[in-house]
Design a protein around this ligand. Sequence first.
Ligand code: ADP
Length: 232
Amino acid sequence: MITLENVTKIYPDSTNNVNALNGVNLHIKKGEFVFIVGDSGSGKSTLIKLLMRELKPTSGDITVMGYNLGKITHGKIPKFRRNIGIVFQDFRLLPDRNVYDNVAFAQHIIQVPGRIIRRNVQRILATVGLAGKYRSKVTQLSGGEQQRVALARALVNKPAILLADEPTGNLDPNTSWEIMKLLDKINAAGTTVVMVTHNREIVNEMQKRVITMKKGVIIDDAEKGVYIDEEY
Ligand code: ADP
């Protein structure tokens, strides 16, 4: 489902001599749950941006859902992106809109008919535990609720892959666990999940595959792994 072969990324305006990614090889199968961990600056966000084709690799091959992301034409990027849902640490919701509109927005973009949008949005809000909140303004919700809205928006188009870039980074421990359990449920229902995190407790408890990065290189890739200390 996701394959990286000898992928290197050098930012054009890079002032240091460190490659953001340096010869990365990686294979993620359909239905996997993968944590990506590592120090700040180790290349985690760069990896996520490459997977969603926000960036192109400097060299090497990236294939996601059968699309070769180094070669894909601009016209095909929107169709490719329908396969990918993404959530961020800072939620990135439309602040002046209510919960329903924030989620429906993703369906409008792909021109789903209105009647079907209403059904799909209600269904996904129930999945993330927000069925009763669809009229609330997102700015009046707690952080955990806002992240649930962001998850609903990421999932409403039924992507095969969910990319989560530090989704619990702004949340307290209890709320982080609630979001983690939701991500686990989404994964159990068939979505492949790739989650960047610094949350040691979650990584150690969940017993999932853990990929550890350092200075643009994968230094460890373990099934049922743990969070490896920075001194490693
Ligand atoms: P992480 O997500 O693990 O903190 P990043 O992928 O953001 O790491 O960064 C990896 C390396 O690439 C770092 O050395 C960082 O300074 C550099 N970098 C990230 N984004 C840019 C950019 N837009 N331009 C130049 N260098 C960048």
